[in-house]
Ligand binder design. Structure first.
Ligand SMILES: [Mg+2]
Length: 184
């Protein structure tokens, strides 16, 4: 069984933009490609788990999202980084879903598809629903980053974070995880 880091996309990997779907509007948060490489080199599978309510709401299509993901993968290729999977939940918030975070469906699917040991895996994101998805899936630790909505969440929802580690960004999350694993 392999270990993984599940990573939220918007506000964690890339700069948060409202209903991002155009490749030209995609920008990595500084240090993200290097952080992904670092986790990959430490033996973690990298799995993106992203809510994409903009699809359910009809703001953009699955094809738009796929184009964006191809662009993201191309930008990561020179860093030697590849994702084991990019899972998305297209439902709008009012639609029933076992996959839309905070539900753990995307993580459970990745566990089934790729033999991931959830108890040895981590979840990183900028919203409380990201942390909850990790908790609901039985991940070892869910970490909050202060990028995207994270700083606001840290201030407004501090009493609902169950003592989750809070770090500045994905680079700091990678360092935290490696240290926690005794790898650094
Ligand atoms: Mg996010």
């Amino acid at each position: 069984m392999k270990k993984a880091v599940f990573i939220d996309r918007d506000g964690t990997i890339n700069v948060e933009r409202h209903y991002l779907h155009k490749p030209e509007e995609f920008d990595f948060i500084p240090g993200v490609p290097e952080a992904l490489r670092c986790l990959q080199d430490a033996g973690f599978l990298l799995v993106v788990v992203t809510n994409q309510a903009g699809i359910g709401r009809g703001y953009y299509t699955e094809d738009d999202m796929e184009r964006l993901h191809e662009h993201m993968k191309q930008l990561l290729a020179p860093h030697g980084v590849s994702f084991t999977g990019i899972y998305h939940a297209p439902e709008a918030p009012h639609q029933p879903s076992e996959r839309r975070k905070p539900a753990p469906g995307m993580l459970l699917d990745a566990h089934r598809h790729h033999g991931i040991d959830l108890g040895r895996s981590y979840m990183v994101g900028d919203k409380r629903i990201d942390l909850e998805a990790g908790w609901n899936a039985g991940c070892k630790t869910s970490l909050l980053v202060r990028t995207g909505y994270g700083r606001e969440v840290e201030q407004k929802e501090a009493d609902q974070l169950n003592g989750a580690p809070i770090v500045d960004d994905l680079a700091a999350a990678a360092a935290w995880i490696l240290k926690n694993e005794g790898l650094r």
